[in-house]
Design a protein around this ligand. Structure first.
Ligand code: SF4
Ligand code: SF4
Length: 402
């Protein structure tokens, strides 16, 4: 997007301020520069050359979660997410080449298929060789970035392995669906793909998981590398062709959907006819639903999770209070802005402590990792799972047993 287009988008803001109470960073800091309206004004100043890209301005713009809660509240329909992505791309393009290269390398590594699986091997070593105990004892965890990384590594250690799906028979002639796995989900939530296969199989739908699929590109797009994000989309388009794509991570689906017509898995399952013979076993207990920003504000279909869970007998389904506020995971945000990410997660943990559910479901991998780590550290006895995993357990009691 060139500067005139970016300005046209920014100029749609009439500065009414109705979005301000909905913005998590404004609520935390009470500073205009940390509000949607303030950030739009900063982008306008930057684009017209009235402001220079100094550290104070960068802190305000980089502090944005791109959660799009402001979009939901805006009467002028300002496309804040698109605007912020374009502003970040313009700023990245002006960086000196070595800094740009370093940022790009970091994103490439985070989204590379081999990096997270490698970390899952290092995670147990971190615990066994005393790294975790040392980090606690030396006070290193008082530093937010180290604390976030420590939590994530422990989460990698605790990830469950993929469960066996079993030889389910599928209805002949049903159109297969192609599962988009997502780079984070492969490493952090391998059981989700197995659950998806099991549930689709019981609905008579064949699933495929095309080889060669790559990262959806969301991390690159939200961090100022749109060309690289488009290249990843093109690779996925070549891999999936005209298959019906179903994604298990809402952020990936939100990135893929405009170009590849991907469907979020809860909605995809609800759209299928369910055989009358399908019996679901009761799962007695309370489940709290966390609504990822990508599901709530981008796909705008978080209701699909509640509808799907309502098919499981015995469940008491409650929204996690504060669902209109981001949990702080927000793609790479928890690595880049760890203090704010931890602060936002603490609010979610407080809500969980009041509700005391047996399960917390979320459709986004980053949120799941962030919330599971925060809840675990707070000593809460809550299992953080994808809703499709609960559904799979209700269909097949042995699913996911460890
Ligand atoms: S995207 Fe989220 S954090 Fe950023 S300005 Fe909008 S509401 Fe605030
Ligand atoms: S609600 Fe929309 S128009 Fe009003 S200040 Fe916020 S972004 Fe601008």
């Amino acid at each position: 997007m060139d500067d005139p287009d970016l300005l046209r988008l920014a100029d749609q803001c009439v500065k009414c301020g109705l979005c301000l109470p909905h913005c998590p960073t404004f609520r935390l800091r009470r500073a205009e520069g940390d509000s949607p309206r303030g950030r739009i004004a900063l982008i306008q100043g930057l684009t017209t050359g009235q402001l220079s890209d100094n550290p104070r301005l960068a802190a305000h713009l980089d502090g944005c979660l791109v959660c799009r809660a402001c979009e939901m509240a805006c009467p002028s329909l300002v496309q804040f997410g698109t605007l912020m992505d374009a502003a970040r791309a313009a700023r990245v393009a002006r960086l000196p080449a070595p800094r740009r290269w370093w940022r790009r390398l970091r994103l490439d590594l985070l989204s590379a298929r081999w990096v997270l699986p490698l970390l899952t091997l290092l995670g147990p070593a971190y615990r066994r060789l005393g790294g975790a105990a040392l980090a606690r004892a030396t006070g290193l965890l008082r530093r937010p970035r180290l604390k976030v990384m420590h939590r994530l590594v422990l989460r990698l250690h605790g990830s469950r392995r993929s469960s066996s799906v079993g030889p389910d028979r599928c209805a002949a002639g049903a159109r297969p669906v192609a599962l988009f796995r997502g780079c984070l989900a492969r490493a952090l939530e391998p059981e989700v793909a197995a659950a998806a296969q099991l549930v689709f199989a019981r609905l008579g739908v064949v699933t495929t998981s095309p080889a060669g699929q790559v990262c959806c590109g969301a991390m690159h797009r939200h961090n100022g590398f749109p060309a690289e994000a488009d290249a990843l989309l093109a690779q996925n388009r070549a891999v999936f062709g005209d298959a019906a794509i179903v994604g298990t991570a809402s952020a990936c689906v939100a990135e893929l959907r405009p170009a590849l017509q991907a469907t979020e898995i809860c909605r995809a399952l609800l759209d299928q006819p369910w055989p009358a013979s399908l019996r679901l076993q009761a799962l007695p207990g309370t489940v709290a639903v966390h609504e990822p920003c990508s599901h709530r504000n981008q796909l705008r279909d978080a209701n699909a999770v509640y509808e799907l869970l309502a098919r499981i007998p015995g469940l008491t389904i409650l929204p996690l209070p504060g669902n209109d506020t981001c949990c702080g995971a927000a793609g790479t945000y928890l690595l880049d802005q760890p203090a704010t990410a931890l602060r936002l997660a603490a609010d979610k943990v407080a809500a969980l402590a009041r509700l005391r559910p047996r399960w917390l479901v979320t459709t986004n991998t980053g949120c799941a990792a962030h919330l599971a780590a925060a809840a675990g550290e707070a000593g809460l006895d809550v299992e953080v799972v994808h809703p499709v995993v609960l559904l799979a357990r209700s269909i097949n009691e042995g699913f996911g047993a460890t």
